[in-house]
Design a protein around this ligand. Structure first.
Ligand code: SF4
Length: 465
């Protein structure tokens, strides 16, 4: 007998990755239309919770008006003799996986960014109460994380109760994140890896270090360590650092080996502190994205909840699509908000001196971590809307990026009987997906190519800035 016999829809890994479009929803919980949404796991004393209890604060699914979005929160309280507070983040991250096992329910993102949809088909099959979703979660947690001895689950749809609980959850997230600040990668005896997102991004593997937080922003180095200790064969595992191959770029032999093994050879090299060359792979649930802006040779930053268009005219979703899936895409780099607070944040590429645009809301959140001499020189959507305005802003503010414009030399084209050879001199980093780059510039060789042109002009675009 299946442990889900009494659940009216099917439960299984085959439903992970199921997408539910707006026209098919019964209701949407959280998501971009709602400001207040969260999921939180708290470790409690055994006597303070009731095992198997499911609480609903506000309307149950069947009482929500169909076709609408609602503020929403999930609080999971757990207890057990081996359950320590450091496991909260890891247990919390499994909500994403387990809810996605339910036929007709989609769960995206994490923490304060959750986005759930229930489709009409599953609702009509009888999935009409949070009690049923709670039962699925309880059983999956107990079977997959047997160290959890007691679990109590609360679903909140009452708007004022969601707001209050949301504020409390934010405090918990901040406390967790602050714990690793001040720790250095050099001092860590090991790193940790996570492959939880491989069901969506088969070649993605997070390398989690004290100074490079996971892409989703939900799992810290401490969380990785606690999870690997209690469940060493699970999706979070220890990585022996091995030889440090390049301390500036953040290349470690052990991280490379783990990556190769976990991606079945697809990715075998990573520079932890760069968006270029061998950047960290990007799955689909990164909190934010660093993106190259060739017109100014700088990097922009955007995050999931930013609703407008970025300075290059593209919304977050369009750029996220070109980076996600577990690939290494030169110049497109999934990041967590916490990584922006790291002293090693994209240090190879120039760190904050290379950032030219970001949404004002994130800037406000991380402004204390941006060097004082550059913080006012980074534009936001309130300062500029177009690339031309961006160039003017950067010049007016004397952003450090303008030094890069002056440094560049003209590219050189040589023609011979063997073909044409274009050599672009020293540019430390420029994204050309699919073309291997080498230190000291890059070379494009056109073999057996026939190019007919009345006039050939080769010009450094950045000189026009
Ligand atoms: S983004 Fe990384 S750390 Fe977060 S769940 Fe996915 S693989 Fe794990």
């Amino acid at each position: 007998m299946s442990m889900f016999e009494d659940i009216p829809v099917s439960i299984g890994v085959i439903y992970e990755g199921e997408r539910i479009r707006w026209k098919d929803i019964y209701v949407e919980l959280g998501g971009p239309r709602e400001k207040y949404k969260f999921e939180l796991v708290k470790v409690r004393n055994e006597k303070d919770i009731e095992d198997g209890k499911i609480i609903i604060i506000g309307s149950d699914l069947k009482d929500l008006k169909p076709g609408q979005s609602y503020a929403f929160g999930i609080l999971i309280e757990v207890a057990g003799k081996d359950v320590e507070a450091e496991l909260e983040g890891v247990i919390e991250r499994r909500i994403h996986e387990y809810i996605n096992y339910i036929e007709g329910v989609m769960h995206l993102n994490q923490r304060y960014d959750i986005h759930l949809r229930l489709n009409k088909k599953s609702f009509n099959k009888g999935l009409n109460s949070f009690n049923l979703i709670g039962k699925v979660l309880e059983r999956l947690y107990k079977s997959e994380m047997p160290f959890i001895q007691k679990i109590q689950i609360t679903f909140i749809t009452n708007p004022s109760a969601v707001t209050t609980a949301f504020e409390e959850a934010i405090v918990t997230y901040e406390t967790r994140d602050a714990k690793a600040r001040g720790m250095k990668d050099e001092a860590a005896d090991a790193f940790y890896g996570c492959t939880l997102c491989q069901s969506f991004a088969p070649t993605h593997c997070c390398i989690i270090t004290p100074q490079r937080y996971s892409n989703c922003g939900a799992i810290s180095w401490f969380d990785g360590r606690a999870a690997a200790r209690i469940d060493p064969k699970g999706p979070l595992f220890k990585i022996d650092k091995g030889e440090c191959l390049d301390s500036w770029k953040g290349e470690f032999a052990g991280a490379n080996e783990s990556l190769k093994e976990k991606t079945l050879g697809e990715v075998d090299r990573v520079w932890l502190y760069s968006a270029f060359g061998y950047p960290h792979t990007s799955c689909g649930c990164f909190e934010g994205l660093a993106f190259y802006i060739p017109e100014v040779d700088g990097l922009g930053l955007v995050y999931r909840d930013f609703k407008g268009r970025t300075v290059n005219g593209l919304p977050f979703a369009t750029m996220a699509d070109s980076a996600a899936g577990g690939r290494q895409v030169d110049g497109f780099h999934g990041v967590s908000i916490e990584y922006l607070r790291s002293p090693k944040f994209l240090q190879v590429d120039g760190g904050w001196n290379r950032i030219v645009w970001m949404p004002s809301s994130i800037k406000e959140r991380v402004k204390d971590y941006i060097p004082a001499d550059v913080v006012n020189k980074i534009s936001t959507e309130k300062d500029v809307e177009t690339l031309d305005q961006l160039k003017e802003f950067l010049e007016r503010q004397e952003h450090p990026i303008i030094e890069r414009w002056q440094d560049e030399e003209e590219p050189v084209l040589t023609l011979s009987e063997e073909g044409a050879k274009l050599t672009v001199p020293q540019i430390t980093s420029i994204p050309i997906s699919g073309i291997p780059t080498a230190t000291g510039g890059f070379t494009i060789i056109l073999k057996n190519a026939k190019i007919i042109a009345k006039k050939l002009i080769i010009r450094s675009e950045k000189k026009k800035v």
